[in-house]
Design a protein around this ligand. Structure first.
Ligand code: NDP
Length: 293
């Protein structure tokens, strides 16, 4: 057979991925994922899409029709998307929320990479096996972190939440499905961090975006040097909670690492490629205007 002419070897059809959320404008994920695609010379694109709740089903149909590799879904679609999928991966099924959809062999499969992203980020400081964690919040991020930490062998998890019902539900879910012991605490006064805690995580939305001056309702006098204090808030990443913790000598971990590693896991689900986390973090920091002194 004759060799193809050069013009026929050209490929103008990238593989498509992206994100469905609303509001989508402030979501910087596309910057870090496209930086990874470029770095690894992958012929793929990531498109940030503004998708209102009423249009989610149509957006999913469109992605399937166009042969997308998959997409992330963020606020407010992480639970609603489940009804539009063929099946869930094991941790998404236990967490009850999906942030990454894989379109493969005619199926739409729901995964959750938030919790595993957090754990990989935390690995730079410690592992959770045998540790005692306190998680502030009982929403989607808290559920993902609590489930993955329990599956990774945390000894005890305390869930601290304003709405006691949600905190109790999450504590029961963990206790019934894993070997981790749990306690639910109703959060109606400044929370005193117990002496025996190893890691405390702010998994509420306090400190996010325009709320950056707010401090979670924790007794800052109970923050101490032998604690690891983590925050899920990616923007601005150096939250008041982390600043107070650093003043007390605690080791701190910001929410950018979680964002980067949930993205690394999403790329791997879609393409099989292990993306370079440093390239992604640098792109993200540049996009958010974060400078290091
Ligand atoms: P949800 O809406 O599902 O949950 C929000 C949680 O925050 C609830 O537990 C809520 O408590 C609590 N909360 C809100 N305001 C307050 C307050 N003033 N005081 C105490 N608790 C409060 O949101 P998500 O869990 O999906 O997201 C939470 C945050 O995590 C967001 O800011 C998001 O940006 C961030 N996130 C970061 C990721 C990353 O990769 N870094 C990934 C995913 C999320 P209650 O039940 O009482 O209302």
């Amino acid at each position: 057979m004759d060799a193809l002419p050069d013009s026929m070897k050209l490929d103008f059809l990238p593989r498509l991925t992206g994100s469905f959320s609303t509001p989508a404008k402030q979501n910087p994920t596309s910057v870090m994922i496209e930086a990874a695609y470029e770095h690894h010379k992958m012929h793929a694109r990531y498109i940030n899409c503004e998708v209102p709740a009423a249009s989610l089903a149509d957006a999913v149909k469109g992605a399937r029709a166009m042969g997308w590799l998959g997409f992330n879904c963020s606020i407010p679609h992480k639970i609603a998307i489940i009804d539009m999928l063929n099946r869930l991966g094991p941790s998404a099924s236990l967490i009850g929320a999906v942030n990454c959809v894989v379109l493969r062999d005619g199926e739409a499969i729901g995964e959750n990479t938030d919790g595993s992203g957090f754990l990989i980020s935390l690995q730079s400081l410690t592992t959770v096996a045998g540790k005692r964690l306190v998680i502030l919040g009982a929403g989607g991020a808290a559920r993902a972190i609590a489930v993955e930490s329990a599956l990774a062998g945390a000894e005890h998890i305390t869930i601290v939440n304003r709405g006691h019902g949600n905190g109790e539900k999450l504590a029961h879910l963990i206790a019934e499905n894993t070997k981790t012991k749990t306690t639910a605490v109703e959060w109606n006064k400044p929370y005193h961090i117990p002496e025996e805690a190893d890691v405390i995580v702010n998994a509420t939305s306090v400190g996010f975006g325009t709320d950056s001056n707010s401090l979670v309702n924790v007794d800052v006098e109970t923050l101490r040097a032998n604690l690891i204090v983590a925050d899920v808030i990616p923007n601005p990443p150096n939250t008041r909670f982390l600043q107070e913790a650093a003043k007390k000598g605690a080791t701190t971990l910001d929410g950018l690492g979680m964002l980067v590693y949930q993205g690394v896991a999403s790329i791997e689900h879609w393409t099989g490629q292990k993306a370079d986390a440093t390239v992604m973090r640098v792109a993200l920091e540049q996009a958010l205007g974060i400078t290091h002194k």
